[in-house]
Design a protein around this ligand. Structure first.
Ligand code: BEZ
Length: 189
């Protein structure tokens, strides 16, 4: 699949006639939403794990020195905690453009802290997209993140903000916190 996913995402139109749609955020959306929303709630989805396996050459890195950002990988029984936003369907055109580097819209069940749930959308970059980097050790990922920066800022800022936001939500993510530990260690030496 080519880098640019805008046209593919526009074909995923099942929520276009809805007045509002829940969007599940598991990366920068947890700590920053640069679009209008009707409501925001801590939430989770099941069967997916957050991983720093997606390359970023347009936000947190460059073509020659890509950064690493999160995507979700399927894992039976796993729970991924994040933040859900209730938005109007028009917001997806903006997000499709911002996340055009390999992320596809996927319909998913989103669970809330009060035990209720709703069908909504999440953006996922699968192993089939051209910017996918795949697994590496947490230390190797931290080394790459420490070196990368792009138009949206240093890759380290993205990782540190995400770790802080998860901590504020009271959620543990061993993959993210282990990369954070290595990153802090690298900065000290
Ligand atoms: C997020 O921050 O959850 C996110 C948004 C768009 C694409 C990938 C992740």
């Amino acid at each position: 699949m080519s880098h640019n996913t805008i046209a593919i995402n526009q074909r995923m139109d099942r929520f276009d006639s809805h007045a509002s749609v829940w969007l599940f955020g598991y990366g920068s959306l947890i700590y920053k939403a640069d679009f209008p929303f009707l409501e925001r709630r801590p939430a989770h989805i099941t069967g997916w794990s957050r991983r720093f396996w997606q390359g970023s050459h347009d936000h947190r890195g460059t073509e020659t020195a890509p950064g690493r950002v999160v995507t979700l990988v399927p894992e039976p029984g796993a729970v991924c905690h994040g933040m859900a936003y209730l938005v109007t369907p028009e917001e997806f055109a903006h997000l499709d453009h911002r996340e055009k580097n390999g992320y596809l819209r996927l319909a998913t069940e989103i669970g809330f802290e009060d035990g209720s749930s709703a069908l909504g959308l999440v953006y996922i970059a699968t192993h089939e997209n051209a910017a996918f980097l795949g697994p590496a050790s947490e230390r190797a990922i931290a080394r790459q993140i420490a070196e990368a920066r792009g138009p949206s800022g240093p890759n380290s800022e993205y990782l540190l903000e995400l770790a802080k936001a998860l901590r504020e939500l009271g959620k543990n993510d061993p993959h993210v916190f282990e990369i954070e530990r290595h990153l802090v260690e690298l900065a000290e030496h």
